[in-house]
Structure formats: C-alpha cells, structure tokens
Design a protein around this ligand. Structure first.
Ligand code: NAD
Ligand code: DAU
Length: 372
C-alpha cells in the first residue's frame, strides 16, 4: 500500500485530487493530508472521506520543521504531492511577504524534510541516494513563464524562460527553482508540473469563475478587470488531477510537464458564458433568474501588473504520458454551475464575515476601468 502525503489538501485542487485518488485507488492507498487551514482551506471539502481508515488529516503549517519532520517520522511516505500555497494573485499584491513565507520557505522545508527522511546513508551516487520508489511532485503554475503576446502561435513550453510578474508568480517561480536545485544538486527524486487556470467544484469565490457565479446569483455586479480582454487557458480541475496522477505513476523522475487544455478564453467571454449557462440552468420560477443578465457586468480598475495572456503547449505530457483533457469548456462550466447550485450551503458557509471583509477591501473602492 503506497502512502501519499498531500499538502494543501483542504484547498480547491488538493481536495479534488484527494477525491480523485480515493475514487481511482480506493483501499489500495493511504493519504495523509497536511493543511494549515488558512482562509482557503475548508475541511467541508473532504467531509465524505474524513472517516475513511486510510485517510489522515494533520493540521500543520508546511513551514513548521518539527511538525513536518514528525509526519515523515511517523509514516513511511512514498509520494509527496505538494499543493500547499498562497494561490491568489490579488492577495499577493496586498501581502507579498506571506507568499514568500508559504510558497518559498514552505517548499524549502518540505523538500528538506523529505530529503532527510528518504536519504540512504551509503550508495553509488555521490550526489544523493534515496530509498526506492520515493517521489516529490511540486504542483506549480504557468504564471512562472510571465505573459504572452496576443499572438495565437505563441505558447508556454517547458523550455520557456521564467519571467514572473506578480509576487505570487515570483514566489512560485522561486519554489520551482528550489525543486530544480534539489534535483540537480542532490539528485532528489522530484517532478514539477506547471498548470494553467483550473475551474470546477470547491473553488474559493475569490477566483474569477466562482466569484462571478456567486455574484450573479446574488444580483451583485460582475467586476471585470481592465478591458476584459486578458486571456487565460482554462482546464477542468479533474483533468488536472488526472495529469498529476499520471506524472506520479508514469513520469520519469526529474522531468517537468506543462498541463493545459488549449482552451484560451478572454475574461469577458468567460463572464458572458457564465451568464448564459446560469440562465439556461435556472428554472423560470427561480426568482434569482431575473437578476442574471449582462447588465451586471462592470468594468473596474485593472489588476496591477496584469498578465495579458497565458497559453500552455501540453505537447510533452500528451506525447510522453498520453494525457488529454476530457472535459470540454461549456460542459465543464455547466458541471461547475450545477455543482454550486447543489452546494449553496457550502458557498454560504465560506462567504461569511471574513469573506465579505475581503470583498469590501478588494472591490469596495475599486474605480471604473479607464477604457474598455
Ligand atoms: P487554494 O488556495 O484553494 O488552496 C491552498 C491550500 O493550501 C489551502 O487548503 C490552505 O489551507 C493550504 N495552505 C496555505 N498555506 C499553508 C501552509 N503554510 N501550510 C499548510 N497548508 C497551507 O489553492 P489551489 O487553487 O487549490 O492551488 C493549489 C496549488 O496548485 C498551488 O500550489 C497553486 O500554486 C497551484 N496551481 C493552482 C492553479 C489554479 O488555477 N488554482 C493552477 C495551477 C497551479
Ligand atoms: O494560471 C494559473 C493560475 O491561475 C494559478 O496559478 C493561480 O493560483 C490561480 O489563482 C489563477 O490565477 P489568475 O490570476 O489567472 O486567476 P483569477 O481567477 O484570479 O483571475 C483570472 C482572470 O480574471 C485574470 O485575468 C483576472 C480576471 N479577474 C479576476 C477576478 C477575481 C477579473 O476580471 N475580475 C475578478 O473579479
């Protein structure tokens, strides 16, 4: 039975990944979820697995050396899947040091503790010898590559030089470099994945898609940054989870993979699609339906340093591991919207006082966009 240490498992992608793993491997695996339960970590995401005998939750900070050492000492961990991070670009602009702490120092600590636990004292490799079957997957982002021009032939490849712009992407780039340094310096058994924008169930409503769904259902304005023409490459979260599963089971060590579905959309297209699908899905008798219209769209002041376009070339993961995205965008948006309809209590629990304070701070005095 293999033991997986998942960090940040109570967040959006981490919880989807834990569900994916239990659905796929059932009793054949053990999962230890280490999460500090920040505002983004929600134990409700994992309520249906919390009593499984092969699931353990440890509330700990990835920066806490003693706590992480203890997890490795008490468990024979085979694979680390490192999701834990501060993940929201807008928050990184307000609080950059927190992102350096969690994303850079937290990753350094995870690497160090795994290396210490997995190292064999003697062996043929002067750089480092490890117990067999060990692997550290660092889950990263396409934002490390910076911004692409509005040219349909320009893509991010694994060889694209790093050029991060936001404190978030700079902290993720730094963490990627640390993982690369561990692989090069100590032959530490790791992989990195750089994925594009995810959407789907359990995403916190600070990110574009759940924020727009929640606002539209509540008849609130839909705040589109700048001219709404920025491009993101959207991937349904389950497709990302399948990619991670393939990498930890099939990929050669030390390789990096870009993950994305060739699904580029401008932000304004996304918002309009959400409005259309909401109107299709809401019954005529639902009083919320009358509120949902393009009249809610408001162009607001742009994000500072806003990257213009992201677009992943997923050729390597497709060629080497046979990965393909399975969920088409409109179907994925419909599934996501239906999920939020069925989990309005989940949304209500997390959009409590702290969320409203955040919303007020981020959007309260955000002026109108200069042009659109
Ligand atoms: P999220 O913000 O929804 O979840 C982050 C989780 O990490 C939360 O459960 C939180 O409690 C936990 N966490 C935060 N700080 C911690 C700490 N110091 N110690 C332990 N746990 C801590 O994030 P997400 O969107 O699920 O992203 C997960 C990972 O995937 C991140 O590393 C992110 O950079 C990467 N990623 C995200 C996307 C995306 O579109 N969301 C795309 C590509 C890569
Ligand atoms: O590309 C991968 C990255 O995608 C991940 O690494 C990050 O963790 C994740 O948050 C996401 O970053 P983005 O900044 O692209 O996602 P966000 O949902 O915040 O914004 C998507 C786009 O929508 C971006 O161009 C900004 C815009 N936007 C966002 C919000 C929240 C708006 O126009 N209005 C909004 O209210």
């Amino acid at each position: 039975m293999r033991t997986y240490l998942v960090t940040g498992g109570c967040g959006f992608i981490g919880s989807n990944f834990i569900h994916h793993m239990f659905r796929t491997y059932g009793d054949d695996i053990r999962i230890i979820n280490v999460d500090a339960l920040t505002y983004a970590g929600n134990p409700e995401n994992l309520a249906s697995v919390e009593n499984l005998p092969n699931y353990t939750f440890v509330k700990a900070d990835v920066c806490d050396k003693d706590a992480i050492r203890r997890v490795f000492a008490e468990n024979d961990v085979d694979v680390v899947v490192h999701f834990a991070a501060e993940s929201h670009v807008d928050r990184s602009i307000l609080e950059p040091e927190l992102f350096v702490r969690t994303n850079v120092l937290g990753t350094a600590n995870m690497l160090n503790c795994a290396k210490e636990a997995w190292s064999l004292p003697d062996g043929p490799d002067p750089l480092g010898n490890y117990k067999p079957g060990k692997r550290f997957l660092h889950v990263s982002t396409d934002e490390v590559y910076g911004s692409l021009p509005d040219d349909p032939d320009a893509f991010f490849y694994e060889t694209t030089p790093y050029a991060p712009h936001s404190p978030y992407s700079a902290s993720k780039a730094s963490s990627d470099f640390l993982v690369k340094a561990y692989m090069d310096t100590y032959h530490f058994p790791a992989n990195i994945t750089n994925c594009s924008n995810n959407y789907g169930p359990y995403q916190f409503p600070e990110k574009l898609i759940p924020l727009m769904i929640n606002n539209a259902l509540n008849g609130r304005k839909l705040p589109v940054y700048g001219d709404g023409m920025n491009v993101r490459d959207w991937l349904y979260v389950e497709d990302h989870c399948r990619a991670i599963d393939l990498v930890i089971h099939k990929a050669p060590l030390f390789e990096t993979y870009n993950v994305g579905g060739h699904n580029e959309k401008r932000n304004i297209e996304i918002v309009k699609t959400i409005i259309e699908v909401l109107r299709e899905e809401l019954p005529d008798t639902d009083p919320r339906k009358a509120n949902v219209s393009e009249d809610l769209i408001t162009y607001v002041e742009d994000r500072k340093g806003h990257d213009r376009r992201y677009a992943i070339a997923p050729d390597k993961i497709r060629r080497d591991l046979g990965w393909e995205p399975e969920t088409m965008f409109r179907e994925g948006i419909r599934k996501t919207i239906t999920w939020y309809f069925d989990h309005m209590d989940w949304m209500e629990h997390i959009t409590n006082g702290a969320y409203m304070k955040y919303y007020e701070k981020m959007y309260g005095d955000r002026g109108a966009a200069e042009s659109k």
